[in-house]
Design a protein around this ligand. Sequence first.
Ligand code: AMP
Length: 580
Amino acid sequence: MLEKVEEFNMDKVIDDFEAITKDAERVQKETLRKILEDNASAEYLQNLGLNGRTDPESFKACVPLVTHKELEPYIRRMADGDSSPILTGKPITGMSLSSGTTQGKPKFVPWNEELFDTTMQIYKTSFVHRNREFPINNGKALNFIYGSKHFKTKGGLFAGTATTNVFRNSRYKWIMKVVQSRNCSPDEVIFGPDFHQSLYCHLLCGLIFREEVQLVSSTFAHSIVHAFRAFEQVWEELVADIREGVLSSRITAPSIRNALSKLIKPNPELANLIYKKCMGLSNWYGLIPELFPNVKYIYGIMTGSMEPYLKKLRHYAGELPLLTADYGSSEGWIAANVNPKLPPEYATYTVLPQIGYFEFIPLTENNEEPKQTDGFLQPEPVGLTHVKVGVEYEIVVTNPAGLYRYRLGDVVKVMGFHNSSPELKFIRRSSLLLNINIDKNTERDLQLSVEAASKILAEDKLEVVDFSSLVDLSRDPGHYVIFWEISGEASEDLLRECCNCLDRSFVDAGYVSSRKVNCIGPLELRILRRGTFQKVLEHYLGLGGAVSQYKTPRCVGPANTRVLQILSENVVKNCFSTAF
Ligand code: AMP
């Protein structure tokens, strides 16, 4: 039965959260027991000889740590229509396509109603904490969300991105009402067949409801920045549509045209106002509060690979607070942001012990990932309440949708505890990004290096729009290549300075020593034509990804041939470092 909006009691949600996090160890055991009991008939668990045991010790003794690769054959059978209990007791209701931007191609993970329940729990928990600090009253959200392409698997299961699975659930509208985030845009815009048309109409709907918009959000911050960059290009057309009450001819999808025709009416007054406001801005600083005067905050995931977009987001947001959303993945939710006042750079996420069973593999002393397979070399994972403050861990998830001891591939650092549940800082994806010989550089290292070099670029009022990287082994010695799309023309000298800074900013000892003896060649900076990363995004959308979950691939490996081709075809300039 659906809870009614009036029955949503904020104090109770906070009290429950406090009680659950105080009792995290017991709640974890209970969560594991329930997952194992509900799925006791699953072939996967049966074969591992659990024999109905549900305690953490037996679970750890019988069930191996796995990655997606080991579960792939089981997931494939489920997708192909085998409805026997394979990974779960009950048949699953769909498949989520994880964005796969790191591996180069999307992958399937099972989806069921229990995962939607955890979505509701996390949304409610973070909302009540947010609303205490930044109350919203009967607000609307300009929510840049997009349903992905979806299809039926061979066995007839619905397959779309996890966010699409959430948006299309019949309880989604209800939860959005509860968390004061009713979308300005009708469903036809969210699920429109073409992303560009949906984006345009999100902006248009936002402007039509500008007084009511109290929240600007998206799943990942990238989509918000992307949307306002697009606004800079199309704002005059939007103003014209509002003035005439006629939708631009660029919107060709009949479903969207039909839905928008009910909303758009000639409104010269509003058109004049928006025109004046846009003309009055200097370089679009403070655009969001100018367009939407009642917005309380900007909301979306802003940590990890989203950090590089914060600067631009702050520019558009002016004085508005930026609140990072929760921490989760297609494989399930993990933790909520219950300290919304912290800026994204300092944000932590508190694990919800009732939504999954979590283990943590400590990284080795130099914060390296534990080996994948050599059982005895691998540090033992520890339980949720046994992690230590200041230590970095790789997360292992057991969820109610058929994933058992699944290595998510994320590295987090424990910053403290909320009662007895850890507060995590997202550090990075666990895989190494750049590695030629003894050098080891992660997504985070690349991010820091780009951040340092973009400060030099900023001196000339230029910015890095987006970036990626590559290990080039086509010549000996191999070298790092950094791809940059920048906001304007930079001089050769400036680029060389940036290139040297990028090279020097990889401070890992293996890299520095290899560079000094030329076992790794000079770092190369390749500048891309404007719009190249838009092409990369479109490539992912074509594979079934969704803008809502999009993350720019920070390194293009050999498996990513199409992306590499897009980047290579669009290089307009390059230079090599002379830093060593
Ligand atoms: P997906 O493959 O689309 O399911 O994306 C899930 C991944 O996004 C996670 O495994 C993380 O690497 C990243 N992610 C999700 N939430 C956050 C967050 N709050 N902060 C940083 N990274 C996140």
